[in-house]
Design a protein around this ligand. Structure first.
Ligand code: PNW
Length: 487
């Protein structure tokens, strides 16, 4: 079945080398956790406790993409994409994770054949080394990213990947969203490894210190991997390596100086926490203030190691919030509220109107103008080429809508169109080099289990995981096919 789409005329305004495609992450799609010698990751352990996911399900099966990869690539090819962003499972490649632990040849073989098939189909692999699925053995051995010991193990894993895949990969991403990993896994505790001061959900953890230490060790790991990439002979012409940061735009709630300061604090505690050390060197003064005295200090050598370590700004972006100073005492259970001192997040303007329509997930509101402001801000602040490495939405009630109506995802089409049109509007002022939508398939959406469907492809979980393109998939093929100039 093919859904008819009507795409208005559009001029080819994006350059022929503009990358376009979709993203996934290993744990969200692969399944087969025990196949071919794979070791367990913290997401296996975490999600096998049914209290940790909305539907009580784990990623044991996911979309079964470890076995159905040929079908997936054929589908992507039919979509006309020029890039696929996916992540490698560290514990498939080094099952126990550490630098002295054995390498698993079967893991390497799998990803090599996968990458070769992508390339043979005209699809550029965009490869993330770490998208949250740390080998469980490293969590057990030294509490994972809470310990500085992780850096050497991460660098060794990166070296194994560069040695085995660099001939097939031009675009490397070290880490996906260090801010989300640090906060959801070590402050709120609703994602793996599930650590938090909230003893109702975790027996271990310290929300006041651990997220900041984890963030620090992620940054140092990223810097050390970039150094290896550049000094180890991997940085050949045409190859790039960078980090991906999740940034939501914070718009001042109103015109008062207080709200403007609060919005600047919000940006400094979200994007700048990672972007400032990576692009400008060290944490910014404002970040130090907002995140407080538990923020670790870099040595001068570490500042140099991390500074300039990303060839581009990898941007995951979903939404915009209104920001003001707290209107009431922040409750002790509001962990995120306590983390960002002096910041309150809302979606309602002073007159009560909403910043954007509701989506199928509480934290996303479509606000395309916020994306435009963010792109301008990021380029002005950091001066780097930008790749949009994730952007997407869930339609209202999508998770409750049955086939075939669920395939009519006009809400998603509008979201994609509105956001991509900002990139086109800024094409002469902000260098955006690619657009990767989230996601290629409906998949295991972390703590939401399978109840949150971000895909342009519907997965029929009741019917052998059949892949069925949604209307947005057809629309994007038409639209991007026209908007990107022909080679
Ligand atoms: C990203 N926020 O996570 C991840 O990279 C994906 O693996 C995930 O499936 C996708 O977005 C959709 O959730 C985010 O609260 C989690 O702003 C939270 C936020 C943003 C991104």
């Amino acid at each position: 079945m093919t859904i008819a789409v009507e795409v208005p005329p559009v001029a080819a305004q994006l350059p022929a080398d503009f990358l376009w495609g979709y993203a996934t992450a290993a744990y969200q799609v692969e399944g087969s956790p025990e196949a071919d010698g794979r070791g367990l990751s913290i997401w296996d352990t975490f999600s096998r406790d049914p209290r940790h996911t909305e539907d009580g399900k784990s990623g044991d099966i996911a979309t079964d993409s470890y076995r159905r990869w040929e079908e997936d690539i054929a589908l992507m090819k039919s979509y006309g994409v020029t890039a696929y962003r996916f992540s490698l499972s560290w514990s498939r490649i080094i099952p126990l994770g550490g630098k002295d632990d054995p390498i698993n040849p079967a893991g390497i073989e799998f990803y090599r054949k996968f990458m070769k098939a992508l390339i043979a189909n005209g699809i550029e692999p965009m490869v993330t080394l770490f998208h949250w699925d740390l080998p469980q053995a490293l969590q057990d051995k030294y509490t994972g990213f809470c310990s500085r010991q992780v850096v050497d193990d991460f660098v060794n894993y990166a070296k194994v990947c560069f040695d085995n895949f660099n001939d097939l990969v031009n675009l490397w991403i070290t880490i996906n969203e260090p801010n989300v990993y640090a906060l959801m896994g070590h402050l709120v505790g609703t994602q793996a490894p599930g650590r938090s001061s909230n003893r109702e959900i975790s027996p271990e953890g310290d929300s006041a210190t651990e997220p900041l230490i984890v963030g620090h060790n992620l940054l140092i790991s990223h810097g050390a991997i970039a150094k290896l990439f550049r000094e180890g002979g991997y940085n050949l012409p045409g190859k790039k390596l960078g980090i991906v940061i999740n940034v939501n735009w914070g718009e001042p709630y109103d015109d008062t100086p207080e709200s403007k300061e609060a919005a600047a604090d919000f940006m400094s505690a979200s994007s700048d926490w990672f972007a400032h050390p990576v692009y400008l060197g060290d944490y910014s003064e404002r970040t130090k203030q907002v995140l407080g005295p538990n923020l670790p200090t870099f040595t001068p050598e570490e500042i140099e190691l991390v500074k300039g370590s990303s060839d581009f700004f990898g941007l995951n972006h979903y939404t915009t919030y209104l920001i003001r100073r707290p209107t009431a005492e922040v409750s002790t259970t509001n962990m995120l509220g306590r983390f960002m001192k002096g910041v309150e997040v809302t979606v309602n303007y002073p007159d009560g109107t909403e910043i954007g329509p509701k989506a199928g997930l509480s934290w996303v509101r479509p606000v395309a103008w916020g994306f435009k402001k963010l792109l301008q801000y990021l380029y002005k602040t950091y001066g780097k080429d930008i790749y949009i490495t994730e952007n997407g939405v869930i339609c209202p009630d999508e998770n409750k809508t049955p086939l075939p109506e669920v395939l009519n995802d006009d809400y998603r089409i509008k979201y994609f169109r509105d956001y991509i049109d900002q990139i086109i509007a800024l094409k002469d002022t902000v260098p955006v080099k690619g657009y990767i939508g989230w996601s290629f398939l409906d998949n295991f959406e972390w703590q939401e289990g399978y109840t949150a469907r971000f895909g342009v492809t519907y997965i029929d979980y009741e019917n052998d995981l059949k892949r069925i393109p949604k209307k947005s998939a057809y629309y994007m093929t038409e639209y991007m096919g026209k908007a990107i100039a022909k080679k």
